[in-house]
Design a binder for this molecule. Structure first.
Ligand code: NI
Length: 249
């Protein structure tokens, strides 16, 4: 069965048709709902309560760093203290859309890593055009398990990430025709460090590229990894389930 380590099914686009999205997930044994605000988090709670396949991640996104105040940390801390979240994320650095507030992004990132350390929660990392700063912060501060979400780095960056004992999560791009980087990562990353995800509603894998993405499409990511590694799909899926379970053990 398949694992979606990163989906946004409580964002407005997918939440509007959540019954259908969950109904379509019959071949998935696990999925982590990524929440980027309190509304998405409150929507995720009853979904997880009804269906044990779900885990919940919540964190303040780097692009929103300028809006984050003490109050934001407090409401996130309250969710941690009541064991309502399984992972802190997605957190990280994104200089792609806006690099005018790098210091604020770093401050919000480090503060949340420390919250995760204290609660011994894994962290899901969003790293875009900010690899050097992101890795140096993680090396200095992170003490819990790390998931690099939608990994798109070079083999050299992969090597550095693996040294941190992290997990590398691959999404739709590995199925794209021009996706040389992700293809190399799928081939080179040891299977016991790989995860699959959709990042839905974005980045729908082939053969549905351009459609609204949802967790059921994670199968195409897993199938592509099996093909690239020349391995049996069932064996790949089983190892990814084991990897995913080990993050929360
Ligand atoms: Ni995401």
């Amino acid at each position: 069965m398949y694992i979606d380590s990163h989906c946004h099914i409580t964002c407005d686009d997918l939440y509007n048709r959540k019954e259908e999205v969950i109904q379509n997930m019959q071949e998935l044994s696990g999925a982590m709902i990524m929440c980027t605000n309190q509304e998405e988090f409150l929507r995720a709670l009853p979904i997880k309560e009804k269906d044990a396949r779900f885990k919940i991640a919540w964190g303040w996104f780097p692009g929103d760093a300028k809006e984050i105040s003490e109050n934001h940390y407090q409401i996130l801390q309250a969710a941690i203290d009541t064991n309502q979240i399984d992972c802190l994320g997605e957190i990280g650095l994104d200089y792609h859309w806006d690099d005018t507030f790098k210091d604020t992004q770093k401050e919000v990132f480090i503060r949340q890593i420390e919250m995760a350390n204290q609660a011994n929660l894994p962290i899901s990392i969003h790293m875009r055009d900010a690899t050097k700063d992101c890795l140096s912060i993680l090396k200095e501060h992170a003490k819990t398990k790390i998931i690099f979400h939608c990994f798109s780095g070079s083999l050299e960056i992969l090597r550095q990430c693996l040294e941190m004992d992290s997990f590398i999560s691959l999404a739709g791009p590995v199925t794209f025709k021009n996706a040389r980087k992700a293809v190399n990562i799928a081939k080179e990353c040891p299977l016991d460090r790989l995860l699959t995800e959709t990042d839905s509603p974005y980045m729908c894998p082939e053969p549905f590229r351009g459609h609204q993405n949802e967790p059921m499409y994670v199968q195409y990511v897993a199938k592509k990894i099996a093909e690239l590694k020349g391995m049996d799909l069932a064996e790949v899926c089983k190892q990814i389930e084991t990897n995913y379970a080990s993050i929360f053990a």
